[in-house]
Design a protein. Sequence first.
Length: 203
Amino acid sequence: MKIYEMKIAPNPRRVRIFLAEKEIDNIEFVQMDLQKGENLSEEFRKKSPLTKVPVLELDDGQCICETLAICRYFEERFPEKSLMGKSPLEKANIEMWQRWVELYFFLPTGMCFQHTSGYFKDRMNPIKAWGEECHSQVTKFMTFMNRHLATRDYLAGDAFSIADITALCAMDFNRVNDISISDDQPHLKRWYQLVSSRPSAKA
């Protein structure tokens, strides 16, 4: 199996952490340079029609796009040390938090970067005001997470899950947006220290 990725990008990192938690290491990683547009080639479009990374290519040549779809594939194949829940309630709670983190933290983090940095200005129309609005959304959601974490160690239940992976990757990537955990967010800071100290966080 191969995974096409750009190592510094946050979505591929989510998959690497997921695989590290499950101790799956028989994967070949193929690096793509998105800034140079290597993902825009016709050859890569056959693997990823929307030209996004990561992409999982199976041994038979079939490809799976989208971070969550790739993680779901490995969760189903290797269910031990579940990161997406075991019981119906666990699965629902983790999916709820994963969706919240994805929509209100991870996504605006990326939009803030794209619309204020000019990184992809050769292929998109950056709207600075939208980037600034996304900056505000990110900081508001961090306040929400801090309140939630006042009474628990992890975002979705008693164990580390894919929701924590998504939040960790968003938090780390926000360095490029000059956003960090403030001193008045002690619960978020404790959570960050807990999850970032896991060996998988170095993946």
